[in-house]
Design a protein around this ligand. Structure first.
Ligand code: ADP
Ligand code: ADP
Length: 226
């Protein structure tokens, strides 16, 4: 059973058809890369699956529950608790040490500060961040900052991690290192991963690659034997 499924997703902006009937699903420990030219609908697909954009028709099921029909309030609570997000850059709060950036989503869920920081610290070793707990984002390299962002996305132990161009601001060597950790640590945590990327080498680290063109799936590759 898939953790997350989008069924018959259609989204229009005026006369622009951003999504034109897309079906997609991901299982636990499954990783999916979304690729395609600029304007093809990648962001709209990611945002629809993540409950940020509401499709005009079709539905998004999280463990079988239709989330696109939830109230805005319930949907944002669900996003905080069940989803983790990694963006291209600039998502860490510059005044806070790395461990507190990672702890923040837990504190927003009501976990007391000390406990949240303790839980946050557990992600540092698996992500190769040992010793960097007290650094502020400005004192981290680009790759280190993205690994802290991955830790933050995983802190609440989400069902799904969404990554929007997570290596877009990194050089090739650092990109490879970051996507390897993103896919492996997300899998170990038991979450599904949905990632938008322009980089075919980065996408190749995912189990499956979906090509989007003009709001439709134009190609679909499965790398691993199920
Ligand atoms: P991609 O991520 O592949 O670049 P998008 O999903 O951002 O593509 O956009 C798909 C199409 O929908 C594009 O033509 C884009 O201009 C349009 N679009 C996306 N979001 C909006 C919006 N909020 N308002 C109007 N048009 C939008
Ligand atoms: P990406 O580089 O990830 O494809 P974009 O730069 O296309 O992102 O879009 C960034 C944001 O702007 C998205 O939330 C998208 O929905 C919105 N957007 C994209 N195209 C348009 C548009 N033509 N009008 C309004 N908003 C848009």
């Amino acid at each position: 059973n898939p953790v997350l499924a989008g069924l018959g997703l259609v989204k229009k902006y005026g006369s622009t058809v951003a999504l034109d009937g897309v079906d997609v699903s991901v299982g636990a420990r499954d990783s999916l890369a979304i690729m395609g030219p600029s304007g093809s609908g990648k962001s709209t697909l990611l945002h629809s699956l993540a409950g940020i954009v509401r499709p005009d028709s079709g539905t998004v099921l999280l463990r079988g529950e239709a989330i696109d029909k939830l109230s805005e309030e319930r949907l944002s609570a669900l996003r905080r608790k069940r989803f983790g997000f990694v963006f291209q850059f600039g998502q860490l709060l510059p005044e806070l040490p790395a461990e507190e950036n990672v702890a923040l989503p837990l504190m927003l869920e009501g976990v007391p500060r000390r406990q949240a920081v303790e839980r946050a610290r557990r992600w540092f070793a698996p992500l190769g961040l040992d010793g960097l707990e007290h650094r502020r984002p400005g004192q981290l390299s680009g790759g280190q900052a993205q690994r802290v962002a991955i830790a933050r996305a995983l802190a609440v132990e989400p069902d799904v991690v969404f990554a929007d161009e997570p290596t877009g601001a990194l050089d090739q060597t650092t990109s490879t290192e970051v996507v390897r950790l993103l896919t492996s640590v997300t899998r170990e945590q038991g979450a599904a991963l949905v990632m938008v990327t322009h980089d075919a080498d980065v996408a190749a680290h995912c189990d499956r690659v979906l090509q989007v063109r003009d709001g439709r799936i134009s190609n679909y590759t499965q790398f691993t034997v199920a």
